[in-house]
Write a protein that binds this ligand. Sequence first.
Ligand code: FES
Length: 137
Amino acid sequence: MVEAPPGEPPAPREWVCRSEDLVERGKAVLFEVREFRHAVRAFVLRIDGQVVGYLNRCAHVPAEMDWVPGEFLDDSGRYILCAIHGAAYHPADGRCAGGPCGRGRLTALRVEETGGQVYWYPSRDIRPPAPAAESPP
Ligand code: FES
């Protein structure tokens, strides 16, 4: 879990999924967020019993990485793999493990698992998706 920066007041959290939706090194749960004003997809995975969350954006080229929606891990389940050029990331912390991501890393979200539910915490730059525009009466 990514901790809140020191001195930052507690932020409201956003529900993502039920704990049982995330099996160990299994399929991710995808959800929408907004980075600055842009809609971006994010995902949560269970790794070594812990829930981790990242933006679905490669550090090589800002593109989504899953080869099938929600499928991020390689065959061994050891690395998050970008389907485009094969960059590999350590799932526990998002650091580049090899390939064209170089010294980059995934953008982590602060996530929390409590009471059988998984939540993420918006930050200054990453917010919940914009509410759908209301249709005129
Ligand atoms: S876009 Fe991910 S490795 Fe190139």
